[in-house]
Write a protein that binds this ligand. Structure first.
Ligand code: SAM
Length: 308
C-alpha cells in the first residue's frame, strides 16, 4: 500500500480558503514550499514507520504532509490555534488513519492525551496496543516559545516523564539561527552559553538544516535552523537539571569574568569548589566543558549549597 498522500490543495490556497492569515501572537511563520519541508524530514533521518511522531505547531500542515509522505504511521500533532482545525481535519481524512490532531497548548498539555491518540492510531491500523519504543518530537516551533518548550522537554527527558518515558526519543526542532547556534556550541565557541551546557548535559545535538528567513511567510527578521537533539547514552548530568540550570544561570551572568573572580565574589570559601572539581579557575564560563559544569552541580547539590 502506498503511503503517499493524495493530491491536496496547496497550502497557499488553504490559507486563502480558510482565511488563515498568520497571527503574530502565536509567532506564526509558515513554510509554503514542500521541497523545504521534504528536505527537513529527509535530513532528519528518522525511522518514522514504527514510531510515534509528535508534531508541535503544524499550522496548516505542510511539514505534516512531508512527515506522512515519508511513511510515518502514527502522527499526532498539537496545535494551539483552532483556526487550523478544518485544514488539519482534511489532512486527517486523507491520511488513511495515520494522523490525528489535538487543539491544545504544548506547554501545558498532558502528554497522556498525545500517547492515547498515538495508541488509537496504532490499534486502528493493526489491532495492537503496544507502548511506542520510539518517539520523535518534530516541529517548526514558534520562535517565541521555542526555548521555554525546549527547557521543559529537557526537564521531562531528564526525569523520563510523558512522551520522554519511551526508550528512544529524538527532538527535531526549528529555532531562530542564533538559538540553534547556542544549543550546539562547544566550549570556547562564541555562541556558547547556558543553553549549550543545559542541552548538552543530557543530549547530543547537531544542526539538520539552515532555513533562510525568505522560506517563511510572513518573512521573519532572522534566519532559522533545524536542530536535532538525541539523549546521550551516558549523560554527564548527575545532579538534577534544575541545579545545573541554576549554576549556569549564575555563572553566565558574568560571562566575561574568570571563574576565580565569579566564585570569589560569591564567597571566598567557594573557590575551593573549583579546586575540588579540578576546574582551572582562570577559565571564563564559555570555556568550561559541560562535564565540568555537571561535576560542579553535583557537588553543590550533594553539599546542599545555595546558589545565589
Ligand atoms: N508547522 C507550520 C509550518 O511549518 O509552516 C507552522 C509553523 S509556525 C512557526 C508555529 C505554529 O505553532 C503555529 O501554527 C502556531 O499556532 C503554533 N503554536 C504556537 N504556540 C503553540 C503552543 N504553545 N502549542 C502548540 N502550538 C503552538
Amino acid at each position: 500500500m502506498s503511503l503517499k498522500l493524495p493530491k491536496l490543495p496547496s497550502i497557499r490556497d488553504l490559507t486563502r480558503i480558510y482565511n488563515l492569515q498568520a497571527k503574530q501572537k502565536f509567532s506564526q511563520n509558515f513554510i509554503m514550499d514542500k521541497n523545504i519541508t521534504d528536505k527537513i524530514v529527509r535530513l532528519a533521518g528518522l525511522e518514522l514507520e514504527n514510531a510515534l511522531c509528535v508534531e508541535v505547531g503544524p499550522g496548516p500542515g505542510l511539514l505534516t504532509r512531508s512527515i506522512l509522505d515519508r511513511g510515518a504511521k502514527n502522527v499526532v500533532a498539537v496545535e494551539k490555534d483552532s483556526r487550523f482545525t478544518p485544514a488539519l481535519e482534511q489532512l486527517q481524512d486523507v491520511s488513511a488513519g495515520r494522523f490525528r490532531s489535538i487543539i491544545g497548548d504544548m506547554l501545558t498539555l498532558d502528554h497522556a492525551t498525545i500517547i492515547d491518540e498515538g495508541l488509537r492510531l496504532q490499534s486502528n491500523a493493526n489491532g495492537e496496543i503496544k507502548a511506542f519504543e520510539n518517539v520523535h518530537l518534530i516541529g517548526n516551533l514558534p520562535f517565541s516559545v521555542a526555548t521555554p518548550l525546549l527547557i521543559q522537554w529537557l526537564h521531562q527527558l531528564a526525569t523520563k516523564q510523558g512522551i520522554f518515558s519511551s526508550p528512544q526519543v529524538s527532538m527535531t526542532l526549528m529555532f531562530q539561527r542564533e538559538v540553534g547556534d547556542r544549543i550546539v556550541a562547544l566550549p570556547s565557541e562564541s555562541p556558547r552559553g547556558r543553553l549549550s551546557v543545559v542541552a548538552q548535559s543530557i543530549c547530543d545535538s547537531f544542526k539538520v538544516y539552515n532555513v533562510p528567513s525568505s522560506s517563511f511567510v510572513p518573512r521573519p527578521k532572522v534566519d532559522a535552523t533545524m536542530v536535532q537533539l538525541r539523549p546521550l547514552e551516558n549523560p554527564p548530568l548527575t545532579s538534577s537539571l534544575g541545579t545545573l540550570e541554576h549554576l549556569v544561570r549564575f555563572v553566565f551572568m558574568k560571562r566575561r569574568k574568570m571563574l576565580l573572580r565569579i566564585f570569589k565574589d560569591w564567597h571566598p570559601d567557594k573557590v575551593a569548589l573549583l579546586e575540588e572539581c579540578e576546574i582551572d579557575p582562570t577559565l571564563r564560563p564559555q570555556d568550561v566543558s559541560t562535564e565540568a559544569f555537571c561535576e560542579l552541580a553535583q557537588l553543590i547539590e550533594q553539599r546542599g549549597i545555595k546558589i545565589p
